[in-house]
Design a protein around this ligand. Structure first.
Ligand code: ATP
Ligand code: MG
Length: 567
């Protein structure tokens, strides 16, 4: 499978939705048309769960030579904003998908939806109701008890038309009246008990402004928007299963020319992650994170800033597949997909995160030489670069042990190791400060081991990375951990809220990290593998004076290490 080519026709794994489509194509059910849509409500930023839906909808269209629309389901003006509309488009594009000229808004259909509502009234299938929200709840009944009919249910068609027009022209107060479908107050499906189709709400809409004071409900607008666009497969998450009878009722009663089919699949749940927009919004507005694009957020914007690649997310979506039962996916799988992709792509550089100074006593003062380093051992085409080597270097504090533990093969007094791509280096002594902390490690180098190899066949067990002090770029590095401490952040003790499971150590900022000068010419968003440490990318907070790197993911892959994991 070619992960970079999302237009490839045979896109791997099958699933029950593809089976349905193949069956329909055989019987020529929709004249061979496959039309899907991704229908976000612009009330927040997209997250990794949405990415699953995006990959699915656009993926089906690509695989079956169909189309996928991007439609904003913007029927709730109080929560919707242009900022979200813009971010959603940016995110879908970044994931690698193209809606071409098919960008739509449910709000574009308000006039048509109004006409559909009038048609329902004329057919005796909708009525204007004066019950308050509380009364309506009382009348609705429960799963065990049937509902009671509204006293306004039998208004004449004329009266309903008149009242509905008056609702539109602003003659009633917010909430004073609703338009309801006249369906069945004793239906086993609560949604079929005369659902509200329109409400009065004086809120400025992000696109239609104050043109309307009535707004269609989602359950009315959504199926009809699908029908208007000629969608054949209205793919949504499982929580809409109970709404399907209403979806079908609306499409049928409105006599829409196209009758889309709603198909539900299991939403993505990811360990150590919350995906509810309400919660994500709260994390942002209450400053638990720095914004929607905080690299710890599961939003596409956050993940992108963190250094994820779109290919890794598409690969992840493909591997988790599409099923009908809810489950929780291990975030280690997402990270595994990321590592696999970055391993192939990421430029290697050397960076020292917790530095200690090394002085090569027998190296000429003031001399700088350049040693050759491969940019990516996985990809010859990425070429080589030159790294400065000199008398004063930085190495990781953890790569030196004064009294080496058993099996410790890195630097220690008397021991010889390879400084990767450079020389064999031997430790001769250490300088300590007054409290006994090591300040400087004195070493000697063997000039005939240039490149990190010895001609006399002498072997060293340890290889460590290093950065030449004089030329090093100084950077701030942000190390991230999961945002939540529990696999399921909604696993709560009594009286707790999900925020009780926030990980207080999810961000650790390390100043004075030294990186080889090669990174100087790169820009925000560029990704690297810091040798032996992990994958990092340059953050947008970087400036002329200061480099900031995000740790995208460490090198250690825990996917598959635990028993019985399968993708
Ligand atoms: P809400 O409706 O509560 O605001 P939502 O997450 O459902 O939140 P939408 O904007 O309605 O947000 O979602 C757009 C599409 O993405 C829908 O078709 C929805 O089913 C799908 N989707 C949302 N969350 C997930 C998820 N975790 N996994 C898969 N698909 C999802
Ligand atoms: Mg939704």
């Amino acid at each position: 499978m070619n992960e970079n080519n999302i237009n490839e026709n045979e896109t791997g794994k099958s699933n029950f939705i593809k089976d349905i489509i193949r069956e329909d194509l055989k019987t020529n059910k929709n004249d061979g048309v496959v039309a899907t849509r991704f229908p976000p409500e612009p009330n927040g930023y997209l997250h990794i769960g949405h990415a699953k839906s995006i990959c699915l909808n656009f993926g089906l269209a690509a695989e079956f030579s169909g189309t996928c629309n991007l439609r904003f389901d913007d029927t709730n003006p109080s929560k919707e904003e242009t900022e979200y509309v813009d971010s959603i488009q940016e995110d879908v594009r970044w994931l690698g998908f193209d809606w071409e000229d098919r960008l739509f808004y449910a709000s574009d259909y308000y006039e048509q939806l109004f006409d559909f509502a009038v048609l329902l009234i004329k057919k005796g299938k909708a009525y204007v109701c004066d019950l308050t929200a509380d009364q309506m709840r009382e009348y609705r009944g429960t799963l065990k008890l049937p509902g009671k009919e509204s006293p306004f249910r039998n208004r004449s068609v004329e009266e309903n038309l008149d009242l509905f027009n008056k609702m539109r022209s602003g003659e009633f107060k917010d909430g004073e009246k609703t338009l309801r479908g006249k369906i069945d107050m004793s239906s086993g499906y609560i949604v079929m008990r005369d659902p509200v189709l329109y409400r009065i709400q004086r809120t400025t809409h992000h696109r239609t402004g104050d043109a309307w004071c009535i707004y269609p409900m989602y359950d009315f607008a959504h199926p009809l928007s699908d029908a208007i666009e000629g969608i054949t497969y209205s793919v949504c998450t499982l929580e809409f299963e109970n709404n399907r009878p209403l979806y079908d009722w609306v499409v049928n009663e409105a006599e829409a020319a196209h009758k889309p089919r709603q198909i539900e699949f299991a939403r993505l749940n990811l360990s150590y992650t919350v995906m509810s927009k309400r919660k994500l919004l709260e994390l942002v507005t209450k400053n638990y994170v720095s914004g929607w694009d905080d690299p710890r957020m599961p939003t596409i914007a956050g993940i992108r800033r963190r250094g994820y690649t779109p290919e890794s997310i598409r690969d992840f979506a493909e591997r988790i597949g599409v099923a009908k039962a809810d489950n929780m996916v291990d975030i280690a799988l997402l990270e595994h997909c990321l590592r696999e992709d970055l391993n192939k792509k990421a430029q290697r550089v050397m960076a020292v995160i917790d530095p200690v100074k090394v002085i090569i006593d027998n190296y000429p003062d003031g001399q700088v030489e350049y040693v050759e380093a491969v940019n990516n051992p996985e990809d010859e085409n990425m070429g080589k670069r030159e790294m400065p080597f000199s008398k004063e270097l930085w190495i990781e504090r953890s790569d030196f042990m004064e009294v080496p533990a058993k099996g410790y093969f890195r630097l220690s007094p008397g021991a010889e190791v390879r400084f990767k791509h450079a020389y064999y280096i031997k430790c001769v002594s250490v300088d300590k400060d007054s409290s006994g902390n090591i300040e400087t490690i004195h070493c000697t180098y063997d000039p005939v081991t240039r490149g990190g190899w010895s001609e006399d066949g002498r072997k060293v067990k340890g290889t460590i990375h290093w950065v030449s002090a004089a030329q090093a770029v100084t950077a701030e590095v942000r190390l991230y951990e999961h945002l939540f401490i529990k696999e399921n952040p909604d696993d709560l003790a009594e009286g707790e809220d999900y925020k009780a499971n926030l990980n207080e150590d999810s961000l650790k900022i390390v100043e004075n990290v030294f990186i080889e000068p090669f990174v100087k010419d790169f820009k925000a968003g560029d990704r690297f593998q810091f040798d032996r440490t992990g994958y990092f990318c340059i953050d947008k907070d970087s400036s002329e004076d200061k480099f900031v790197f995000n740790r995208t993911v460490s090198l250690k892959d825990s996917w598959g290490k635990t028993a019985n994991k399968s993708a």
